[in-house]
Ligand binder design. Structure first.
Ligand SMILES: [Zn+2]
Length: 415
């Protein structure tokens, strides 16, 4: 199974917005851009919501058949590890092996020594097409980088083999992810990681490094855009080089996690993938939940009431909701409006505060991030919330489709 050149995470917390998302992808397809939808839901999300991996498969299959999508689509076991991969094997065909927790921890000395012995020559007097500078990594430096990442790659190999033993070789797509960690990986480190991925015989088709800067959930990039531009360009060159040098799958491409709403990076990403004719996987899904809350608010009446309740309850549970997302959010409590202030808001004021339009004076990224991690509150509201989602279909679907098409597909893939 080979991943399409362009792919993008879809799906949503409650499994109701697939049709609206596909309708955005169909618009792109009609304009000549095929972007493959990949339904993704992590173990973390499933456990907070109380859904199972097979539910994601059902949601994807039914959205695809209801909307007549004839192109490929996949179901991603997102951010899984050895301890929970089993739950996802039957229903997924894309596996994101999350080994970030194993980075920075040292593998056995013998493993490191053997890697350095086998690869020392590959990293001497290194010129990578597309990168002006040349590099030379001595044994000592190679061993230092290997010490940081080999344990993670051997862990990825264990997860990969477990999946392969059930699904069979070539029947699924493998991603290796190291993004949910504190320290970014440099392009050279990425190259060493890919050498190790190849040595461990993991046929990775997407790789998710941690880029420098902050990739917070649901809000724009925080960091130096020109540094990102240089790093991203080099990462693409490294991936291409690794494919030919280490015999990795030719479909191997970068995967950008927490990919939604990185508006200041999209023009950079778009230029880079066009310049190098490179593929891209943009992993996201979470912000559709925010479009649901916006749609609820815009429908007024009961919907607006529920949107306000979600915020108020999220404010009460601030610490509990933020804890699982500590590395991917930055919320300043002092910039959050009080519950009583929000209770007096109009539908427009609520929607404008939440919607990711940086030009709008009402937009509040702290408010947005808190609601982003606050979906557990909606889960606890049970039927009341689900009914509201159904009652506000029109305003919700309009927001979901517009967000995917106008703010994501257009600037990233179609510009
Ligand atoms: Zn991630």
């Amino acid at each position: 199974m080979i991943i399409e050149k362009y792919s993008m995470g879809v799906g949503d917390r409650f499994g109701m917005e697939g049709k609206a998302q596909i309708s955005a992808l169909r618009k792109a397809l009609a304009a000549g851009f095929e972007i493959c939808p990949v339904w993704n839901k992590s173990f973390r999300e499933h456990s907070i919501i109380g859904t199972k991996p097979e539910d994601t498969r059902k949601t994807a299959d039914s959205a695809v058949s209801a909307s007549g999508w004839k192109k490929a689509y996949h179901v991603d076991a997102d951010h899984i590890g050895l301890k929970n991969v089993e739950l996802f094997i039957a229903s997924s065909d894309f596996f994101t092996l999350d080994v970030a927790d194993f980075t920075g921890k040292k593998a056995d000395d013998a493993v490191i020594e053997s890697f350095v012995r086998n690869h020392a020559d590959s990293f001497k007097n290194l010129t990578i097409p597309g990168i002006d500078e040349s590099f030379s990594i001595g044994k000592e430096e190679l061993s230092k980088i290997a010490s940081k990442y080999l344990l993670a790659v051997t862990e990825a190999a264990k997860i990969y083999k477990k999946i392969e033993s059930v699904k069979g070789k070539g029947n699924f797509i493998t991603e290796v992810s190291m993004d949910e960690t504190d320290l970014p990986q440099t392009p050279l480190e990425l190259l060493v990681i890919l050498a190790a991925v190849s040595e461990q015989k993991i046929p990775a088709q997407t790789i998710a490094p941690k880029f420098s800067g902050r990739f917070n959930k649901g809000v724009d990039y925080v960091g130096d855009c020109s540094a990102f531009e240089r790093e991203f360009d080099r990462d693409i060159c490294v991936v291409k080089y690794a494919v030919s040098k280490f015999g990795l799958p030719s479909s191997l491409k970068l995967s950008v996690h927490s990919g939604s709403d990185k508006f200041s990076l999209y023009p950079i990403i778009n230029r880079a993938i066009r310049k190098h004719n490179a593929g891209l996987h943009l992993k996201t899904a979470g912000t559709t939940w925010l479009e649901e809350v916006i749609g609820l608010a815009e429908s007024g009446g009961k919907g607006l009431q529920i949107a306000k309740t979600i915020y108020t309850k999220a404010l009460d549970k601030f610490d509990e909701l933020c804890a699982p997302y500590a590395t991917v959010i930055d919320i300043s409590r002092s910039r959050l409006p009080s519950a009583s202030e929000v209770s007096g808001w109009s539908a427009d004021k609520f929607a404008n505060t939440l919607r990711h339009n940086q030009k709008c004076p009402d937009f509040n990224p702290d408010f947005r991030q808190l609601i982003h991690v606050g979906y557990k509150v909606a889960v606890m509201m049970g039927d009341e919330f689900t009914r509201a989602l159904i009652d506000s279909r029109a305003t919700i679907e309009k927001n979901v489709e517009e967000n995917v098409f106008e703010r994501h597909l257009k600037p990233i893939f179609m510009a």
